[in-house]
Design a protein around this ligand. Structure first.
Ligand code: NI
Length: 165
């Protein structure tokens, strides 16, 4: 495994529509393993392949128990329910945080690293991460939903009111 470099806002990799994965081979497994190591190192809730410069429909999302990363290959959102507002950031947009509205419950359909289709449903932070990461695969960043980034004081106040996530 190896750490990969996370590209930052302004890099053209982050604005491209990624291509589907068609080969479920060792190269894909290496990418997923490297992304997991990179995400753990950055202490993030999710990471999409374009963030490490790979324009393929692959992402990782921290599960609801905060125990493991769900590997999503060629994921699509098939159901959403309700609404939630929460603090959101992105490893490619360091230091910027904003309150973003997302569905509260999100169900996705995806393939695993061997190409088997499965469905997963989550709420809260994991549901938020499903939306955020899958948007990356279509070349979109969370900042497109934002008209006000929180100041450091506002972040502190927000976390005091809502607890750490
Ligand atoms: Ni992101």
């Amino acid at each position: 495994m190896a750490l990969r470099t996370i590209v930052l806002e302004g890099d053209s990799c982050l604005t491209k529509v990624c291509r589907p994965v068609t080969a479920f081979n060792g190269r894909l497994h290496q990418l997923l393993d490297d992304m997991a190591e990179t995400l753990a190192d950055a202490n993030g809730a999710g990471l999409a392949a374009p963030q490490v410069g790979i324009l393929r429909r692959v992402c990782l999302v921290l599960d609801e128990a905060n125990e493991c990363y769900l590997e999503l290959v060629n994921p699509e959102i098939i159901k959403t329910e309700g609404k939630q507002s929460g603090l959101e950031g992105c490893l490619s947009v360091p230091g910027k945080f904003a309150v973003v509205e997302r569905p509260n419950i999100v169900r996705v359909r995806a393939q695993d690293r061997d190409g088997n289709w499965f469905e997963a449903e989550a709420q809260g932070l994991t549901a938020r991460a499903f939306c955020h990461e899958i948007e990356h695969l279509d070349g979109h960043l969370f900042v497109e939903h934002v008209d006000h980034f929180l100041t450091e004081d506002e972040i502190e106040e927000y976390l005091k009111e809502h607890g750490e996530e």
